[in-house]
Design a protein around this ligand. Sequence first.
Ligand code: SF4
Length: 585
Amino acid sequence: MYLRKRALERLAAERVLYQRRPGGDISLCVIYPNVYSLGMANLGFQAVFQSFESDSNVAADRAFLPDPDERESMRRRGEPLVSFERGRALSEFDILAFSVSFETDYLNLVSILRMAGIPLRHADREGHNWPLIIAGGSAIFLNPEPIADFVDLFLIGEGEEMIPEFLARYRESASADRGERLTALATVSGAYRPDYFHPVYKETGLDSVRYAGPDGPTVDRRMIKDLNRFSTSSLILAPESVFGDMYLVEASRGCQWGCRFCAAGFMYRPIRYRSTEKITEEAIRGLGERNVIGLVGAEMASVPGVADIAQAVADRGARLSPSSLKADCISPQLASALARNGNHSVTIAPEAGSERMRKVINKNLTEQQILDAAAMMIGEGVENLKLYFMIGLPEERNEDVLAIADLTGLILSRARESRQRIGRVTVSLNPFVPKPWTPFQWDPMEDVRSLKAKIAMLRARLARLGPVELDAESPREAYFQAMVSRGDRRVGAILQHLDARGCDGPGPIWRELARISADARDGSTMLPDPEIYVTRRFAEDEVLPWDFIDHHIDKWFLLSERKKAHYEHQTGPCDVTRCTVCGAC
Ligand code: SF4
């Protein structure tokens, strides 16, 4: 009962910023496959929920992965998972719509279906009256295959136009049985019905995919051209959200810089910005609710008019908090506006410590530009700097890792020389995870032991610098991420196994994956070896699990970028007015 009490308390604390509809005949639950505090911080989840709810035929509800204590209580009492708002069993809805932003939440999707008492695999739901299970979101854009056996239909692309079309097709097929209805829904452009596709495996990767559907074996991902037609900003303010003190405004989708490891820079091509007027208007509206405006997007310093937006917010006594800034794009006007009104902390992302590695990853950023940006932010009064780096990148050497400490040391010594006050410097370190649709999609993740050794080496070097904190993501967590990022449909069996074993944290997941890998090597399990997805270099002519999606990016372009990385050659930023090189424009 206390679970319901917690949901009701959370509901009472929320502030809904749009007019909610009473709801229609179609019962639909939008599910964020992680806990409430993360789900309510996700603009995409909020936007999808409101899109479904704005249809007068739909009675929309929300659901989340229960908090750890809630899971334990449900398990002890044998209670099924219920929706957040109405407390209704998930198995009673017509449609369960998962909004998945991160591939590591694929395991939670399996757990949620199990906690709801719904047969996990779509083959086991056929011919019965179970809810239709659909999924979309940025993780699905990249590679839905690890959960293809659990989901009836994926919507691949941006939801703003797809959701109304999906609902229209759902209504039109009201008299059809489950199978016929799925056939009708699969005709929505961007829909992916996994049971039309039959993968054939080799020992390691895919041999081929047999297609048994009515159209072609390719799914054209859906994109909207003009972001200004839709507004994506906070719709429900939830104090418990991890960004509970902010009003969030989306500024752009994609990124013009083409860093070779970054999925957002390729999957959302071409880059689209919201207009300065639109962002400013939404930010000012948000100031009625919160004193901090979180600007959401891949890279915020190159958003047109961002300094004016920051200034407009600062002039009203509030502050703008951009997600990440490219050092050479930070203008003095932007630095000054960001530092006003008590902004004590800014994130800069050099990504790599050495000039050589920044060329490999196509960062287009010199050491001097990084030092200038840091000096400018510190000079304007920003006390704490967060520096974001990666390790284990393709072509990386030990000296490139140590260069992270050298660069951090230079930032500190420049600040001291010019008698600038600097508070805390945090080096945020993330192991490289190869992502589909990037030039590094073929490259392996570095072995966990070797990554740990690099982190220890860097920790020792940073310790000599004084007030520097190292915040390193666990290579074991990154291992799981790499497996689901580059996984094929066989990874679904691993996810099901992990859920059945109750592995719901990084430690238990890692230990079980290590056991599966050992068993797979000696032939005592039918599960695939996770190593074939994580530390294996994929062949360039290999069939990739996500090849059936058409992202409008030529594979040869990704291969040529990979080759340029090897020769430390950079590619300039996108110029959407005249370039057609990658195929997206
Ligand atoms: S065609 Fe050119 S400008 Fe357009 S997304 Fe590709 S690289 Fe960028």
